[in-house]
Write a protein that binds this ligand. Structure first.
Ligand SMILES: Cc1ncc(C[n+]2csc(CCOP(=O)(O)OP(=O)(O)O)c2C)c(N)n1
Ligand code: SF4
Length: 291
């Protein structure tokens, strides 16, 4: 990359996306290039980690480090990368199936730990790569190869789930509104802590919601208080497709807490602590006293 101010095209890799023409993921990728340029990210210090799915191919199309992991596993890998090297900007990406079916167990822990990574989900409300089966975000009654009579299961409200799990930045964007999505990605990356962005990203082949969603989206109301968790829940539970930041909270990241702990440990007297412990418990070092 040149030393001049980077341009979105500077982040394009030599690999051309193989997504179907019109796939929403193109809009998400374009927004990501623009956000990276706006943030002037150094590709050598940026890592994109994905799971498995059409959307999870994304790291290959960006000229940064990339890690195409296992289905549902971008979050633990991204957390590990960030903890091992806090200097890196780490972005996890994937689909709604990857993140909220097989991978959902990782979300609450990533959120409550508040590790400084950004998680961008390309939400098309189906499994695209495996040809359109329902996912945990598919609407009730949605007809798909696995649900020919309609989906019987209630979808996960991803925004409410994220707020409930203590994610410190929660937002929704859309692939067909790249200007706003770019800004959300910039804000998510700049936010110190776990940022979750649910990006509506229609699959034009197996569940083409492009026109429907374009008509449904609205902006988060200007008087919405992003620091108020109850308001964030209200907004998320109201459903619909409000685009913008739903919740934002500054609290220490796990890296910051570790740094604090290490600082305290440096001046702590471990021998004195052990003496105090053994005196209190009345046990000899090396194991409990035999009864
Ligand atoms: C352990 C495992 N189970 C199932 C699969 C099959 N599989 C691959 S991608 C995928 C779902 C993809 O859907 P999503 O994450 O929403 O991404 P999209 O393709 O829609 O972008 C599934 C079930 C797999 N690769 N690995
Ligand atoms: S199958 Fe759907 S999600 Fe996958 S590349 Fe094609 S349009 Fe995109």
């Amino acid at each position: 990359m040149s030393v001049e101010t980077p341009k979105p095209k500077d982040y394009k890799s030599d690999l051309k996306p193989i997504w179907c023409p019109g796939c929403g993921d193109f809009g998400v990728l374009a927004s990501l290039y623009r956000a990276f340029a706006e943030l002037e990210l150094d590709p050598a210090k940026t890592v994109i980690v994905s799971g498995i799915g059409c959307s999870s191919r994304l790291p290959g199309f960006v000229k940064t480090y990339g890690f195409h992991t296992l289905h549902g596993r971008p979050l633990p890998v991204a957390m590990g990368v960030k903890l091992a090297n806090p200097e890196l900007t780490v972005i996890a990406v994937g689909g709604d199936g990857d993140g909220f079916a097989i991978g959902i167990g990782h979300f609450p822990h990533a959120a409550r730990r508040n590790i400084d990574i950004t998680y961008l989900v390309m939400d098309n409300e189906i499994y695209g790569l495996t040809k359109g089966q329902v996912s945990p975000t598919s609407a009730v009654d949605h007809k798909a190869p696995t649900t020919p009579w309609g989906n019987l299961e209630t979808p996960i409200n991803t925004l409410a789930f994220a707020v409930a799990c203590s994610a410190s930045f929660v937002a929704r964007g859309a692939s067909f509104n790249t200007k706003a999505l770019t800004e959300l990605i910039v804000q998510g990356v700049e936010h110190p802590g776990f940022s979750f962005i649910d990006a509506l990203s229609p699959c034009v082949v197996f569940h083409n919601t492009q026109d429907e969603w374009k008509n449904l989206v609205t902006d988060v109301a200007p008087d919405h208080d992003v620091a108020d968790r109850t308001q964030a829940f209200d907004l998320a539970l109201r459903g619909g497709f409000s685009l913008g930041v739903v919740y934002r909270e500054r609290r220490p990241t796990l890296n910051e807490r570790y740094a604090q702990l290490l600082g305290a440990a440096k001046t702590s007297d471990v021998d004195a602590m052990l003496d105090a412990f053994t005196a209190r418990e009345g046990v000899a070092m090396g194991g409990p006293a035999a009864s």
